[in-house]
Ligand binder design. Structure first.
Ligand code: C2E
Ligand code: CA
Ligand code: CA
Ligand code: CA
Length: 275
């Protein structure tokens, strides 16, 4: 059903075919990347705003592509999720992150992002326990970050799962907070230890006073509920001062440090102590 010229019956657009092909290539590359060990974790500090101290690091996945260089997760995680690779990739990530964190000074925590498919994986608890045990990392040094939008699904099952993970000693963080629906009721409904306030609110804070009011409302409610707040995407000293003034617990962003390779952490911590 292909006819050159008029194009009316061309079911296969040249551009479309290319996209399908590129997609297939990417899937193949990704599958091989896991086998060949092309993934790495970069770490970004979580900074206590009152004390200026580092409380831990968030693990952020990178793909060291032989031709394309360092690839950011937004470019491959959606594909890894769609092709079912995120479960084995997430297992690798948990193990790597726990192993790296075990070499850091004692109380420092590591935060690991979880995808929907991992939450739905019946082996998740076992995977988490195995990663901690293999690394010899105490569970209280692990935080699991779950995006707010994931919590919309199978509410009862998710709540039960989060309870069990928490009972095992790991902390639960609600990521990208404020970007979905009925966020505030989630704070009461779900067993969570930390809320990560999305960067969009920091940008809104710069633009108009209402933006600051939203952050301070979230921080106030979280404080009442005994939930730690981390503000994402802090890039300027003014933003840091403002969110600290609103009672947020932690900050994360380029102002403190970009995500950096695991090998850079000892130097980063040393520099920190001198500040
Ligand atoms: P996220 O969990 O919200 O992570 C924060 C993102 O903001 C990171 O992007 C980080 O590099 C970036 N960021 C940090 N500070 C600043 C700042 O001051 N300004 C700006 N503009 N951006 C900042 P990254 O590393 O590209 O990761 C993007 C997303 O990919 C993450 O968003 C997370 O949803 C996902 N992701 C990363 N690693 C993993 C992983 O291991 N597993 C899963 N399932 N998802 C991951
Ligand atoms: Ca995150
Ligand atoms: Ca986030
Ligand atoms: Ca985000």
């Amino acid at each position: 059903a292909k006819r050159e010229g008029g194009g009316r019956f061309r079911f296969f657009e040249p551009g479309m075919q290319l996209r399908v092909q590129a997609r297939r290539q990417l899937e193949e590359d990704l599958r091989r990347a896991l086998e060949k060990g092309e993934f790495e974790l970069h770490y970004q500090p979580l900074v206590n705003l009152a004390e200026g101290s580092v409380g831990g690091f968030e693990a952020l996945l990178r793909w060291r592509h032989p031709q394309r260089g360092l690839v950011c997760p937004d470019e491959f995680i959606p594909v890894a999720e769609a092709m079912g690779l995120i479960v084995p990739l997430g297992r690798w990530t948990l193990a790597r992150a726990c192993a790296d964190a075990a070499s850091w000074p004692q109380p420092l925590r590591v935060a690991v992002n979880l995808s929907a498919a991992q939450l739905a994986d019946p082996a998740l608890e076992e995977t988490v326990a195995a990663a901690l045990a293999a690394a010899g990392l105490p569970p209280r040094r692990l935080e699991l970050e779950i995006t707010e939008s994931l919590l919309l699904r199978d509410t009862e099952d998710t709540i039960a799962l989060l309870r069990r993970l928490r009972a095992s000693g790991a902390a639960i963080s609600m990521d990208d907070f404020g970007t979905g629906y009925s966020s505030l009721s989630y704070l009461i409904k779900f067993p969570i230890d930390k809320v990560k306030i999305d960067r969009s609110f920091v940008l809104a804070m710069d633009e108009r006073p209402e933006g600051a009011a939203i952050i301070s409302a979230i921080a106030g409610l979280c404080r009442t509920l005994g939930i730690v707040t981390t503000v994402e995407g802090i890039e300027t000293p003014a933003q840091r001062r403002q969110v600290a003034g609103q009672g947020c617990t932690e900050g994360q962003g380029y102002l403190f440090s970009p995500p950096c390779p695991a090998q850079a952490i000892p130097a980063l911590l040393e520099r920190w102590e001198c500040l």
